[in-house]
Design a protein around this ligand. Structure first.
Ligand code: SAM
Length: 187
């Protein structure tokens, strides 16, 4: 059976992340991706996780403690647009993941936005190692979602093919706007 965009995002992360790596969860939410990243990098690796909602930090902290992987994660109560200053420029990042949209079962007005997502992508690309990946799972069925999807498409399509490979993964016959996955891999 074909993998959902969410499951495929985890497959793409598992393929490249090794113990000791430094990686980013740009939208921690309930910590599902953060927990996976923490397991993959191990105790000698580092995960930077960002969110603007206090509730997300609490949920993620609990999730990490339950899984015994809290130690290797830096939980940052700040937007991913601060990656430029929060993560030193010389840091070599193996991977980053975004789940764009709103936190399920939470305030649907608090959504990721094109401008700040773009700022985060700019900062991540300069820190990404060769063969590193940035994965975006874009939910776009809510108000404001189409604008963000348009930004991601435009941003990733204009990346030079000599430097980056870009993949999209999408179910095109499903109802209710299933998320679309983008993967940017640095050559
Ligand atoms: N990956 C998460 C998980 O595993 O549960 C789900 C993420 S949810 C779709 C999107 C999250 O992005 C929300 O928790 C929201 O608070 C957060 N968010 C919105 N704007 C943000 C920003 N500028 N920087 C970081 N996180 C942001």
């Amino acid at each position: 059976m074909l993998q959902t965009a969410m499951r495929f995002s985890h497959t793409l992360l598992k393929e490249i992340i090794q113990t000791g790596d430094t990686v980013v969860d740009a939208t921690m939410g309930n910590g599902n991706d953060t927990a996976l990243l923490a397991q993959l990098v191990g105790t000698n690796g580092l995960v930077y996780a960002f969110d603007i909602q206090e509730q997300a930090l609490q949920n993620t902290e609990n999730r990490l403690l339950e899984s015994g992987v809290r130690e290797q994660v830096r939980l940052l109560h700040q937007g991913h647009e601060t990656i430029e200053t929060a993560i030193p420029e010389e840091t070599a990042l193996r991977a980053a993941i975004f789940n764009l949209g709103y936190l399920p079962k939470s305030d649907k007005q608090i959504i990721t936005k094109p401008d700040t997502t773009k700022q985060a992508l700019d900062a991540l690309l300069t820190r990404l190692v060769s063969n590193g990946r940035i994965i975006l799972v874009v939910y776009y069925g809510h108000a404001g979602g189409e604008a963000e999807l348009a930004l991601i498409k435009e941003y990733s399509q204009q990346l030079p093919q000599e430097e980056y490979s870009v993949l999209t993964y999408q179910f095109i016959n499903q109802k209710n706007n299933p998320p679309i996955l983008f993967c940017i891999e640095k050559k």
